[in-house]
Design a protein around this ligand. Structure first.
Ligand SMILES: [Zn+2]
Ligand SMILES: [Zn+2]
Length: 247
């Protein structure tokens, strides 16, 4: 752990006549007031380290220094292992890259689940497999996008200033929530489908709520209430729509 304050009398690494006011949180160099860059409240750094530290703070998906497979795999691990931190500190970035991530996650998980179902249950018939994967993509992303549209609409109405693109980015980054569908391998899909749909929407709602302060400029509590309220309303709507008799 790098100490936060340089000892009295120490001088800047680049300017030996200027007193040091901080220690770079990345390389440990003493920096003067002119050299110090504040990345965040607890992480001052020197000028040479600034671009490197900025890269480190980015989501792996947005790090230009990494190859695509690494970006996608590292982002997946980060979203699954530290969802709260990831979504509450999410910087603005490309929604297109996030959609590439979502497509990779959905196709990989959808194919693996389809294959596992074929092995375990002989289901679905080969002609239906493509359809099954498409339905998986709709379940994983389509419904979440509807939630994003509804959340963004309410958030803007209450003073949120984020773009729709940033909402799409959050939704796409939240697609690892489809891992919940692995539960269909141990329980009959029909019996738990409604519960999974509900939990998926709530999970994506939590991601949206956490990202609200940075992406929409909303207080966290407001963002959370809007996101979860919208998710529960949408899940209830989908549930009852599914129970209505056909016209
Ligand atoms: Zn440094
Ligand atoms: Zn200096």
């Amino acid at each position: 752990m790098v100490p936060r304050k340089p000892p009295g009398g120490s001088v800047c690494g680049a300017h030996p006549v200027d007193p040091a006011v901080a220690i770079c949180s990345r390389c440990g160099t003493f920096v003067c007031a002119a050299c110090s860059v504040t990345m965040s409240a607890d992480a001052p750094c020197c000028r040479p380290c600034e671009p490197l530290l900025r890269q480190d703070l980015l989501l792996p998906l947005d790090r230009a220094t990494l190859g695509w497979p690494t970006r996608i795999a590292a982002t997946f691990v980060q979203v699954v292992c530290r969802p709260a931190r990831t979504f509450s500190s999410l910087e603005k970035g490309s929604p297109a890259r996030a959609l590439v991530f979502a497509a990779a996650v959905l196709v990989a998980t959808g194919s693996a689940l389809t294959a596992a179902n074929v092995v375990l249950r002989g289901f679905p018939a080969s002609s239906d497999r493509m359809w099954w994967i498409l339905r998986f993509v709709w379940n994983g992303l389509g419904r979440a996008l509807l939630l994003g549209i509804a959340y963004k609409f309410v958030a803007s109405w209450l003073g949120g200033y984020g773009t729709f693109a940033s909402t799409v980015r959050v939704i796409a980054l939240a697609t690892p929530i489809v891992l919940l569908r692995l539960a269909t391998l141990v329980a009959p899909p029909q019996s738990i489908e409604a519960a999974i749909n509900f939990l998926e929407l709530v999970g994506v709602g939590i991601a949206l709520g956490l990202s609200g302060p940075k992406q929409q400029g909303l207080p966290r509590l407001h963002s959370m209430i809007i996101a979860l309220g919208t998710a529960v309303a949408l899940a209830a709507l989908a549930y009852f729509a599914g129970r209505l008799p056909p016209p």
